[in-house]
Structures are given as C-alpha cells and as structure tokens.
Design a protein around this ligand. Structure first.
Ligand code: GTP
Ligand code: MG
Length: 301
C-alpha cells in the first residue's frame, strides 16, 4: 500500500463523516445561507473547532457573494483551499545541525508518546542516523521496559536509570552519552502527566533546563503528543504544555481511531503550533510527516 493510501485508510473515519456529509450537502442544492450554516455545523462536528469553522465558512460566504462559487463542485474545491490556508506546514523532523539532535517528547497519559518515539527512532535509524533513547519515564518500571523493546526494534541505544530516578538526570546522561559517542539523535521519553498538575509541569521544565545545561541549543524539538480522539481537550493540553516547555511541534496520534481528525485544524487555528507528525496505527511504520495538502486531499477523496 502506498503512503497516500495508508493515510486515507488511517483517516477513514474522519473522511467518512466529512466526505459523505459534504457530498450529501453539496448535491444539487443552491448555495445559500442555510447550506453554509449546515456546513459550519458539520465542520464543528468533525472537531475542526468553532473558530476555524467560522473562519472557513466566512471566507466561503464572501466568495459566494462575489459569485466566485457557481456550483457545488466549486464549493468543495473552495472548502479544501480554505482548509489548506489554515493548516501550517511546519518543518519536518530530521536530524540536522550540531550533534546530537535532541527531541523532548511530552504529553498526557496514554496518548502514544513511547510508541511515537519508537516509530521516530526507527525512521532515523532507517535513514542511517544513530539514536539514543532516554528512559525519562521513571515513574513505572514497565515504562522503561517498553522503551527498551522499542530501542531494540529500532536499533537504537538506550540510557536508563532505575525506576523513580530523577528524569532530568536520565535526560542529562543520555545527551552527555550521545555527545561523547557522536550519536546523531537523542529522543527523551517522559512520563505521561496531567497538564493541570503544576508540580509535574515543573518537572518537565527541569528536564528541559538540565538538557540545555549540557547542550545549550537543546532541546531542538519539543514534541507534544496529542491523541486525536481527545477532541477539544487537546487544545487545552497544548496551551498549558506550550506555556511550560515551549512546544515546537505536535505529533497527533490515533488518527486512525477517530471520526474527528479535524482537530488538526483547531490546533493550528487556535494555537498556531504546527502538527509535524501523525500517527495512523500502532505499527512501527504507522508514522507520517504531516503534509497539509496531502492531508486535505485524503480527507475529501
Ligand atoms: N490506533 C493507534 N494506536 C496508537 C497510536 N499511537 C499509539 N497507540 C497506542 O496507544 C497506546 C498507548 O501508547 P503509549 O505509547 O504507551 O502511550 P504513552 O503516551 O507513552 O503512555 P504513558 O507513558 O502511559 O503516558 C498503545 O496501545 C499504543 O499502541 C496510533 O497512532 N494509532
Ligand atoms: Mg510512555
């Protein structure tokens, strides 16, 4: 299966709601205010968020007024164009610059941080880069074991301490070890934490601080992992993690399990943080770079 087919399959639930409902909406009806209102509702149901939905339908309304959208087919094209305008294309995550390239991975419980790290590590090693994983989730012994399994799968090294150790110390050691061995990338796993727990957010700040003590330019990427099925709560999470550690990109996971993949737009519109990676399954190759054009095409095809 090609990558685009895989993306389409992963997005099938969102696609079903969006494509089928818009098809029904667009077929043979006059493009009037009622239709635009129904469209706005439909976009909100796909979790595109009220702000993005209003801005999209607002832009379409203007075009309709100017006579630029003569028929339903043109409306679909115009809708895709407006969605693409909202989606920010971030840079892809690649190992570049001073070694090692340090990625700090954060997020609430169970969103897919460790899985995403495993997939990303594998992608790096497949491209010929060496990788060190930092077992910064010291909260549970099982978390360290889970990361070890992914390290083996990806051909990456792992730096770990015993459970309950200070995660900042693990991260520091991983970066120091990678520097001394000239390793290309370090990916730091962290324990899932509720964004509402201030002390746990402080712990994240400390990890970031300690890493930059060892390497001033690091972390080069702070990746917030967000579960696409969490809906509008994702916006709230992103806001608070961003305030704490300065999120540079979002990995949106479990897009294969939700009918509400529109959350990508809400995140872009309301926070301006680019979605860089998307997870469309549990397997090692179910990770893709986010590509705005492809994403929109896959949603409506
Ligand atoms: N369907 C699907 N499942 C995923 C995806 N990414 C992760 N998962 C699953 O989500 C579950 C949790 O994944 P983890 O990687 O352990 O999540 P985590 O954020 O590290 O969890 P904690 O460390 O406990 O906070 C696992 O069963 C994964 O297989 C995805 O893109 N699609
Ligand atoms: Mg984990």
């Amino acid at each position: 299966m090609g990558l685009f087919e895989k993306l389409k399959q992963g997005l099938s639930k969102t696609r079903k709601t969006l494509a089928e409902n818009t098809a029904a909406l667009f077929s043979g009806r006059a493009i009037d205010e009622t239709l635009l209102e129904e469209l706005e509702e439909l976009l909100i149901m796909a979790d595109i968020g009220p702000q993005a939905a209003a801005s999209i339908t607002g832009a379409l309304r203007e075009k309709v007024k100017k006579g630029e959208i003569p028929n339903a087919r043109e409306l679909k094209t115009a809708l895709k164009t407006e969605i693409k305008k909202i989606l920010k294309q971030g840079n892809n995550i690649i190992c570049a610059g001073e070694k090692p390239y340090v990625v700090l991975v954060v997020g609430v419980n169970g969103v897919g941080k460790t899985t995403t790290i495993g997939k990303l590590a594998r992608r790096f090693t497949d491209n010929g880069f060496s990788v060190t994983l930092a077992a910064g989730d010291t909260f549970r012994a099982a978390a360290i074991e889970q990361l070890e399994i992914w390290a083996n799968r990806a051909g990456a090294q792992i730096v770990k301490h015993r459970s309950n150790a200070d995660p900042a110390a693990v991260a520091f050691d991983a970066v120091a070890s990678a520097r001394s061995k000239n390793v290309d990338a370090v990916i730091i796993d962290t324990a899932g934490r509720l964004h509402t727990k201030a002390n746990l957010m402080e712990e994240l700040k400390k990890i970031s601080r300690v890493v930059s003590r060892e390497m001033p330019s690091a972390p080069h990427e702070v990746l917030l992992v967000v579960d696409a099925t969490s809906g509008q709560n994702a916006i709230h999470q992103a806001k608070i993690f961003n305030e704490a550690v300065g999120v540079t990109g979002i990995a949106l996971t479990k897009l294969d399990g939700t009918a509400k993949g529109g959350i990508v737009l809400a995140i872009n519109k309301e926070l301006g943080i680019p979605v860089k990676l998307i997870g469309i399954g549990e397997a090692v190759d179910d990770l893709q770079d986010f590509n705005a054009d492809e994403f929109v095409e896959a949603l409506f095809e």
